[in-house]
Write a protein that binds this ligand. Structure first.
Ligand SMILES: Cc1ncc(COP(=O)(O)O)c(C=O)c1O
Length: 478
């Protein structure tokens, strides 16, 4: 599978299968914004399950129902008039003035939409709104070789993206440590996970490069890279712009997809301007788009209970992903989508951005609060990087070396599950974030809902058990 770009004598760019990169042909300076990848390229990436899933007989015809004057005998829809819910009402806090609440009532056509079966890819009104925010946040315009599908949160979309793409034995690049929610999916798909190192600046592009440069000639290249670029769960790291550009260049060289799982994008609170998303970057240099599948979530900004996430990416991939939706849960919940749309359309893009700016500051203050407690109790007993987005700190406990350790690090797993728990403190041991459950001295600290007192007492308790371990092993504590 080699669809690298070559340049013709006329200066046009072509992929090696001959597909022209679309752009403004009259003005070569205009960046190319359309996908230069052919449907054949995407078809070559699809899993056997995607290829064998037929389109749903009913759902593939449903969009015709919007045609004016059409009489539909198509689906066995329950009659909305028989549903007992006659309106949905809630109050909405103003993003600019938290003391003001506006009553919102959903009725009429919107109520009907919220109560009935709707399209597998999501309801049009919400999708239309989401195109606007993607253009605002990532500079990607509707109609330029990509589209949106809604899912029941990012988790649902990760599951479906992996099902859409991976066959048993396929190679998939993952950050290490990786979001623990993908580990069962990787095990279920029987994909071969290739771990890419990370540090305080996110994914290591140089490690990724060395993996790919040494890739065995006889082995098919990885189909995709899974990465959480802002406030990564569990490391808290936000990938630097430089790293992102290097990763993107490698994706273009080796033709793998970047699955950008980005639920913490709107929780950025760093001092510098935020680095651009992969979704933005692939369109920014005019070299053509089509390798980024971006996942957003409303879980961290509106409500995790709504279960709404959305995928933005190449149509061919989302068409295949939608087949997995129509054969599993049929569609994301209509009622959640209508509620989300009514909130978002009431606020507008400015209102949403005001709200996300406020909640970013909330998480920044929580980060500052937990770091005060960490510095007070764990100096000399643990090390960590300060996150600039999200709600996690990846903390290395300076434990005595575990007996089987090859790098001299301790094992957080045993300590967290026994002595720390007995002392009344709970955290997720770092081993939960490696597919092979490998031993590690790291612990993930989630700080999003803690009070100052809980942060202080929890860190004191953790420090006590770490100190005891060190004392028992005869390791002096500064
Ligand atoms: C990195 C990452 N991806 C996906 C999810 C799932 O998010 P959602 O609620 O949108 O399914 C989470 C939730 O914590 C997460 O941290």
């Amino acid at each position: 599978m080699n669809l690298g770009i070559e340049t013709t004598t006329q200066g046009e760019e072509k992929d090696t299968k001959g597909a022209l990169i679309l752009g403004d042909q009259k003005n070569p300076a205009t960046p190319a914004i359309f996908s230069h990848f052919t449907n054949e390229f995407y078809a070559s990436l699809l899993s056997e399950s995607s290829n064998s899933l037929p389109p749903s007989a009913i759902r593939s015809l449903m969009h015709h129902r919007d045609r004016p004057g059409l009489i539909s005998f198509l689906a066995g829809d329950p009659a909305p008039s028989t549903f007992p819910i006659t309106s949905l009402s809630f109050t909405l806090r103003s993003p600019t003035d938290p003391s003001t609440e506006t009553p919102i009532t959903i009725k009429g056509e919107d109520l009907e939409t919220s109560l009935k079966y709707t399209a597998s890819r999501g309801i049009n009104s919400l999708i239309d709104w989401l195109y606007g925010i993607q253009e605002h946040s990532h500079g990607r315009k509707r109609g330029e070789g990509w589209r949106i599908s809604i899912g029941a949160g990012c988790q649902d979309l990760i599951y479906k993206a992996f099902s859409t793409l991976l066959n048993p034995g396929d190679s998939v690049l993952i950050e290490a440590p990786v979001y623990t929610g993908v580990i069962p999916i990787l095990q279920w798909t029987k994909a071969d996970s290739i771990e890419v190192e990370t540090d305080g600046n996110g994914i290591s592009a140089s490690h990724l490069k060395s993996i790919l440069d040494k890739w065995p000639a006889e082995k098919p290249l990885p189909k995709l890279l899974f990465t959480v670029p802002y406030g990564c769960n569990p490391t808290g790291a936000t990938a630097s712009l430089q790293r992102r550009l290097e990763v993107l260049a490698l994706a273009r060289k080796y033709n793998f997809l970047i699955l950008e799982d980005d639920p913490y994008f709107y929780l950025y609170y760093g001092p510098e301007p935020r680095p651009a998303s992969y979704f933005h970057l692939e369109a920014a240099d005019g070299r053509g788009v089509g390798l980024v599948l971006r996942l957003d979530s409303l879980s961290k900004v509106l409500s995790s209970g709504l279960r709404i996430g959305f995928a933005s990416g190449p149509e061919a991939l989302l068409d295949a992903l939608d087949k997995h939706t129509s054969s599993s849960n049929l569609q994301p919940a209509s009622v959640s989508q209508v509620i989300a749309h009514s909130v978002l359309s009431h606020w507008g893009i400015d209102g949403l951005l005001t709200h996300t700016a406020t909640i970013s500051l909330f998480y920044k203050s929580k980060r500052d609060m937990i770091e005060v407690a960490m510095k007070k109790h764990l100096s000399g007993l643990a090390v960590w990087n300060s996150p600039v987005s999200g709600m996690f700190i990846w903390m290395k406990l300076l434990l005595p070396p575990a007996p089987s350790s090859i790098d001299g690090d301790g094992d957080s797993n045993h300590l967290i599950q026994t002595k720390a728990l007995e002392r009344g403190v709970l955290a997720l041991p770092g081993s939960a974030f490696f597919p092979n459950g490998r031993m590690t001295a790291y612990v993930r600290v989630a700080f999003s809902v803690l009070t100052e007192e809980q942060a202080d007492v929890g860190m004191r308790r953790l420090a006590e058990v770490v100190r005891e371990e060190r004392d028992a092993a005869g390791v002096a504590t500064p």
